[in-house]
Design a protein around this ligand. Structure first.
Ligand code: ZN
Length: 310
């Protein structure tokens, strides 16, 4: 190899190093992520509950990160939910479904996309669930359906309110009709909560779509949402092509969905715990400032009445 070939080869190496695009894995393992102003340290974002303090974007978080924020770090117990048979349809597209499952489990350290836990806020025992978008787009298959139903049953057995943080693209196509059946199963399970007078609160996170919004996620007694979360059934482009009209900029975002009446409250991530805690206090007539004030007033009136009578 003469010196000219050597220089050309070195040049090619430099060129490929410059043009090499980061893989998904590189991005996931990096200390950096990006937001409105460009690169931002993950550590800084984490300190602010994964919310950008410049543009207010609520970045997606895993189930564990969600519960660490909601209950306090590791201050909850993860419930072991049943896992039905993997890949019942022997599905294969560009990749085998069974391999997708393996990869998702390795990546998220979860058996299925839904995590169900028990914990306590403001002295109230709670059963809660969340979906991890990193697990095959947060889609719902039979294991996820089982995890939700298990959570509901746990709520009923322990008389705990049920709190759910949905996200995800909808039902999992790799399980086709079995995934679709989870819409009915989870809806029926939520009806059982209502029959037992157990509060069920939902807090939408970005993005929630398809069969998730069309079943258990829209049945909350009170529906909260994080700011600017996508909450949809069909995608924006599909709707635009059907109605042939221009859609507003914030179409299918929390604020728009609230105007349409499908969301009751939009709550910043830092305030969710406080808001849910006060809603539960009112719904359960427990540890609430309002209830304490009311009972103080009742006692005062009773004392006055007794004093007058004597
Ligand atoms: Zn930002």
């Amino acid at each position: 190899m003469n010196w000219i070939t050597k220089i050309i080869k070195a040049g090619e190496k430099i060129k490929s190093a410059i043009h090499k695009r980061a893989s998904k894995e590189d991005i996931a393992n990096s200390d950096w992520t990006s937001c409105c102003t460009g690169p931002i340290l993950k550590k800084d974002l984490e300190d602010n509950l994964w919310v950008c303090n410049i543009c207010g974007k609520h970045h997606r978080i895993s189930c564990k990160q969600r519960f660490d924020i909601f209950f306090g770090k590791n201050n909850y117990e993860i419930l072991k939910t049943p896992i039905p048979q993997d890949d019942p349809l022997d599905w294969e597209d560009s990749k085998k479904y069974i391999d997708r499952l393996k990869d998702a489990r390795k990546k998220t350290n979860q058996e299925c996309a839904v995590m169900t836990v028990r914990g306590q806020i403001n002295g109230i025992n709670i059963t809660a669930g969340a979906i991890n978008f990193e697990f095959i787009g947060g889609s719902i298959g039979s294991a996820e359906g089982e995890a939700i139903i298990y959570g509901v049953q746990h709520s009923i057995d322990n008389k705990n309110p049920f709190i759910f943080f949905p996200c995800g693209g909808g039902q999992r196509m790799h399980e086709s009709p079995i995934a679709l059946a989870q819409m009915t199963r989870t809806t029926l399970a939520i009806n059982e909560l209502k029959k037992n007078n157990i509060p069920y609160l939902v807090c939408f996170t970005d993005p929630t779509a398809g069969g998730i919004t069309a079943s258990f996620a829209m049945l909350g007694d009170v529906t909260l949402a994080e700011p600017n979360s996508l909450i949809a059934f069909a995608g924006r482009r599909v709707i635009q092509a059907t109605v042939k009209e221009d859609l507003p900029e914030n179409f299918q975002r929390s604020e728009y969905v609230q105007e349409c009446g499908f969301v009751d409250l939009i709550v910043q991530r830092k305030d969710i715990k406080k808001k849910i805690s006060s809603l539960l206090s009112i719904l359960l007539k427990k540890n609430s400032d309002i209830n304490n004030k009311l009972s103080d007033e009742t006692t005062k009136t009773n004392l006055e009445t007794t004093a007058k009578a004597s």
